[in-house]
Design a protein around this ligand. Structure first.
Ligand SMILES: Cc1cc2nc3c(=O)[nH]c(=O)nc-3n(C[C@H](O)[C@H](O)[C@H](O)COP(=O)(O)O)c2cc1C
Length: 140
């Protein structure tokens, strides 16, 4: 069964480009091996990640991610069956709140800063749909 899991977390320290590159490369390598796709957003010191794939596999990947000391306070925001993947071309794409993307981050946030913890499942769906449809600059 195909599912998506979306969670938010706090970056545990100021992560530099090397940390982010390491997370992205590891994610792409591991996820492609097990058929997981998705997107990772980093903005305002917060992560928002959507994982898609087989239910058991996504659970295993998420449990491993939870043990990572580079982030804290993980919270599942949405979880459910999906008919098809959103990010079929991305084993893990990264987007950040660089100037070009700031508008889209704020469009779905209730506050003036990006705050995924306060986003409802329908806002999250709108946010990720818009990301896939384009108009967003991917880092890798
Ligand atoms: C915010 C965040 C997102 C991550 N996303 C993934 C992911 O999608 N897939 C993955 O395999 N590891 C991800 N990781 C890394 C894992 O926590 C862990 O370091 C990695 O899976 C270990 O892989 P390795 O045993 O091959 O080194 C993420 C880490 C962080 C902090």
């Amino acid at each position: 069964m195909l599912i998506q899991l979306t969670y938010a977390s706090h970056s545990s320290r100021a992560l530099g480009p090397a940390d982010v590159k390491d997370i992205l490369q590891t994610s792409q390598r591991n996820n492609s091996a097990v058929g997981v796709t998705g997107a990772l957003c980093l903005a305002n010191g917060l992560f928002l990640q959507q994982l898609e794939g087989d239910r058991d596999v996504v659970n295993q990947v998420y449990l491993r991610i939870l043990k990572d000391s580079r982030h804290t306070e993980p919270s599942i925001l949405d979880f459910g069956e999906i008919a098809s993947r959103r990010f079929s071309n991305w084993n893990m794409g990264l987007i950040s709140s660089i100037a070009e993307n700031r508008q889209i981050f704020l469009k779905y946030s209730r506050k003036s800063e990006f705050d995924p913890y306060s986003m409802s499942p329908s806002s999250l769906r709108g946010f990720f749909d818009e990301i896939v449809q384009g108009g967003v600059r991917w880092i890798g």
